[in-house]
Unconditional design. Structure first.
Length: 130
C-alpha cells in the first residue's frame, strides 16, 4: 500500500509540475501568507516542483540560481566558504527573509563584504512556495 501511495504522490507531482501557471503567482519564503514575499512567477511559467513538504493549498517549487544571498560573517569559515547549516538571507539584516540553509555540497561564490555580512552568489536552486 505504501508503494502505491508513493507512486500516486510522485505521479501527481509530475502532473502538477507539467502545468503552466494560469495566473501570476506570488512567491513566499515559507508556506504562510504572512511569510515574506521573495518574488513572483509570471502566468504561463511552468514551475519545477521541489522535493519538500508543503501544506494543503501550497506548492513547494524550485527557483534556479544564481541568487544574491547574505550570510552573517560568523557563518563564514576561514577559507571563506559558508558553513553548513548557515542561514541564507535575502538582505544583510537578521529581520530579512531566510531563503534557506547552506548544505554540504551547495555552491556559492564570494561577491563582497557588507559590514557584518558577506554577499555570495548562491548557485543552487532555492525552495520557495506558491
Amino acid at each position: 500500500m505504501k508503494q502505491i501511495t508513493l507512486f500516486l504522490a510522485l505521479a501527481s507531482a509530475t502532473i502538477l509540475s507539467a502545468q503552466p501557471l494560469e495566473r501570476d503567482a506570488t512567491v513566499y519564503a515559507a508556506a504562510d501568507p504572512s511569510a515574506p514575499v521573495v518574488g513572483s512567477l509570471a502566468k504561463g511559467t511552468t514551475p519545477e516542483l521541489a522535493a519538500a513538504d508543503a501544506p494543503d493549498g501550497w506548492l513547494a517549487v524550485l527557483v534556479p540560481g544564481p541568487h544574491d544571498i547574505y550570510v552573517r560573517n560568523g557563518d563564514v569559515g576561514k577559507n571563506l566558504d559558508i558553513k553548513p547549516g548557515a542561514s541564507l538571507y535575502e538582505a544583510p539584516d537578521t529581520s530579512s527573509p531566510v531563503l534557506g540553509k547552506m548544505e554540504a555540497g551547495d555552491r556559492a561564490e564570494l561577491k563582497g563584504l557588507r559590514g557584518d555580512w558577506t554577499l555570495y552568489s548562491y548557485e543552487d536552486p532555492l525552495v520557495v512556495f506558491i
